[in-house]
Ligand binder design. Structure first.
Ligand code: ISJ
Length: 359
């Protein structure tokens, strides 16, 4: 009983702290509302990733100085949700993601825009670029590359044909699950998934004798979960969110062969970020078909002290183009000069806060 009394007392203290947190959050939302009104007057962007990053950096620093119990991940999880709710109070805006519902892109969108936002599932990457251009959505979330399968061609094509800007990147660890209503692995007679996911889970399938059962490729892992949920003796290889969506029990988690399977996503919109001090820039480059043109181009970056972090070649309508990432913001003095010199062969896709995780 003495213990129980102690519990009641602690719970009273927690209740009183929660009441204060609620009051503080409401005060914060009142200020956010005023920021929204100012932005409405000036036409300023609602989502300011560089400001959000600087808030999280500041809070992490204070937390560490005070030996707080929270780590960066916890601070980020709490505050990204607060920011997402704040943005909805400033102005609710639609977010389009490459669907279907429960896809990894949906998961990436939720990681940045939180639970309260209004999401639209769009069935193709081109469709996302189109909806952005028509202003039917304010933000679009698309995959750009995966550590096992490389660059996503449809996204590069979208950048060549449309003018949306990259305003943020999100890197997700990709985990697959084996989800099924079967109690035993030996009851599974067929498995639904996307062909890429079968490839990424080969070892697991062989080790559990599942390479002999029928593997049925479908267009999405969400569809795989949906089909398996209603079909006895079947299973799905799908993300956690997709299994949850169809109440499909998860038999095994993290069944992918490589445990560092990551996908990088871009958040697209119609505005440009101001520098945050820790940015990356992405460009598309279409160089003249002459000897040494790529070497000369890259040398100019080197001479300006710019660190190139990625270069991938890609074919668009028979032309070879390069997708390049480098450290820095397009408005940094050294970057500006190089971009200006090559402006006829470059398309700037956006400058955005660099994610800590990389692929
Ligand atoms: C309130 C603002 O708008 C948004 C919400 C933020 C917040 O809740 O702190 C921060 C940046 C913006 O994404 C702002 O720009 O200051």
């Amino acid at each position: 009983m003495a213990n129980e009394d102690g519990l009641l007392e602690l719970r009273e203290q927690l209740d009183s702290i929660d009441n204060k947190i609620l009051d503080l959050l409401n005060n914060r939302m009142k200020l956010v509302h005023k920021v929204g009104a100012l932005k409405a007057k000036s036409g300023g962007a609602i989502y300011r990733p560089e400001r959000e990053k600087s808030i999280i950096d500041r809070l992490e620093k204070i937390n560490n100085e005070k030996n707080g119990l929270l780590n960066r991940n916890a601070i980020e999880a709490l505050f990204l949700e607060i920011f997402a709710i704040s943005r909805n109070i400033e102005l609710p805006e639609n977010i389009g993601y490459l669907g279907p519902q429960g896809s990894f892109t949906h998961q990436a969108a939720e990681a940045r825009f939180g639970a309260m936002s209004s999401y639209v599932s769009i069935s193709s990457i081109k469709g996302i670029f189109k909806e952005l251009e028509l202003k039917k959505i304010k933000y679009g979330v698309v995959p750009i590359e995966n550590s096992s399968n490389g660059i996503v061609n449809d996204t590069i094509n979208g950048f060549s044909n449309f003018n949306s800007k990259i305003i943020a990147e999100v890197v997700l660890n990709i985990h697959h699950t084996l989800a099924t209503t079967c109690d035993k692995i030996s009851d599974i007679k067929k498995i639904y998934s996307k062909d890429i996911a079968f490839d990424q889970c080969r070892k697991f399938l062989t080790n559990f004798g599942l390479d002999e059962v029928e593997l049925i490729p479908v267009e999405s892992t969400t569809k795989a979960a949906k089909l398996s949920a209603i079909e006895p003796n079947s299973a799905a290889i799908c993300p956690h969110v997709a299994a949850k969506l169809y109440n499909l029990p998860i038999l095994f988690e993290n069944i992918e062969d490589k445990d560092n399977n990551k996908t990088r996503f871009f958040i697209l919109s119609d505005f440009e970020n101001t520098p945050s001090g820790n940015d990356k820039t992405s460009i598309l480059v279409n160089l003249p078909d002459e000897q040494g043109s790529l070497v000369k181009f890259l040398n100019d970056f080197n001479d300006a002290g710019i660190n190139l972090t990625k270069i991938k070649s890609h074919i668009v309508e028979g032309n070879s183009i390069f997708f390049i990432d480098f450290d820095g913001h397009k408005d940094d003095e050294n970057v500006k000069k190089v971009l200006e010199k090559h402006k006829s062969s470059i398309k700037i896709l956006g400058s955005y806060v660099k994610e800590i995780k990389d692929i």
